[in-house]
Design a protein around this ligand. Structure first.
Ligand SMILES: [Zn+2]
Length: 282
């Protein structure tokens, strides 16, 4: 069982969250309220133990300030070294910082990051339709054959902190422009996955994956069996920990009316293949 979407934070950010919440609008919107937990790597691993999850993709937070992205990356990479069988590090960058983002992405990939993300277009001040801004990063990731994860969300329904303007249209524009990049769209791609029932869209989105982060706050459970029925190899079970509790979400997903093969693909097999993991790594 692999959780494809978890957030952890370095002690500096946990201790001084109110300072950073004032400096960074998006971080503030999500985390100024102290009831919204910021988890450490140790807490994540304890949660995984309790939920019998073997490995988790560990993500910091995509800040506006590239320095804070680097702070998160140092922490996530160090945590992955401390829990080598358990945490699969992703690195965050600020694409608007140009060369700085490229160097940071390269540094992190050299130090073992499995991919880049979860990038936050709304929080970081760009749109997924801004080609010039994203081209260099996407070219780098294509050449390294590493995935990138973007936050997108549904453009309908209830409002909540962190709900941005990048949804199916922007997500589709992004994926059409970089058809050879491996792209993970979080939160079911804001609903883009439903358009994969259109043959030409499905062809364009061949290398696109969707995670289930925060699903229980957004969709009813039938989205799982529906999606797995037509794209069993492209859905990655991810919680958005600590937003969703891993144990509870694990129990929920294991009780869905899916076949054993679908469960296995959803809960680990798909992300295992996407990240090029082998039994040893883990
Ligand atoms: Zn997200």
């Amino acid at each position: 069982m692999i959780d494809a979407h978890c957030h952890i934070f370095p002690p500096e950010l946990i201790t001084n969250r109110s300072t950073y919440a004032e400096r960074e609008i998006w971080f503030g919107e999500l985390y100024a309220d102290p009831r919204h937990h910021l988890a450490s790597a140790e807490e994540l691993v304890a949660s995984m133990d309790a939920a019998q999850i073997e490995a988790s993709v560990a993500i910091g937070f995509a800040f506006n300030d590239p320095g804070l992205c680097a702070l998160c990356n140092d922490y996530v990479l160090d945590a992955a070294a401390r829990f080598p069988e358990r945490l699969l590090p992703f690195a965050v960058v600020q694409p608007a910082s140009g060369e700085v983002a490229l160097r940071e992405a390269e540094r992190c990939l050299e130090h073992g990051a499995f991919g880049i993300g979860e990038l936050q277009p709304d929080g970081q001040g760009y749109s997924l339709e801004e080609q010039a801004l994203l081209d260099p990063l996407m070219a780098l990731l294509k050449s390294r054959e590493k995935p990138v994860m973007f936050h997108v969300n549904e453009q309908l329904g209830h409002a909540y902190p962190g709900k941005g303007a990048n949804g199916v249209v922007a997500g589709y524009a992004l994926c059409s422009r970089y058809p050879e990049n491996k792209i993970i769209l979080s939160h079911w791609g804001g609903g883009l996955l439903f358009y994969e029932l259109m043959p030409e869209v499905r062809r364009t989105l061949q290398n696109v994956y969707y995670d289930t982060a925060a699903s229980t706050l957004l969709y009813d459970e039938r989205i799982f069996s529906a999606a797995m029925s037509w794209m069993p190899n492209k859905i990655l079970w991810g919680s958005d920990y600590p937003l969703l509790r891993q144990k509870r979400f694990r129990d929920y997903v294991l009780n869905l009316p899916l076949t054993d093969d679908q469960q296995q693909a959803l809960c680990g097999g798909n992300v295992f293949a996407l990240l090029g993991l082998s039994e040893a790594t883990p």
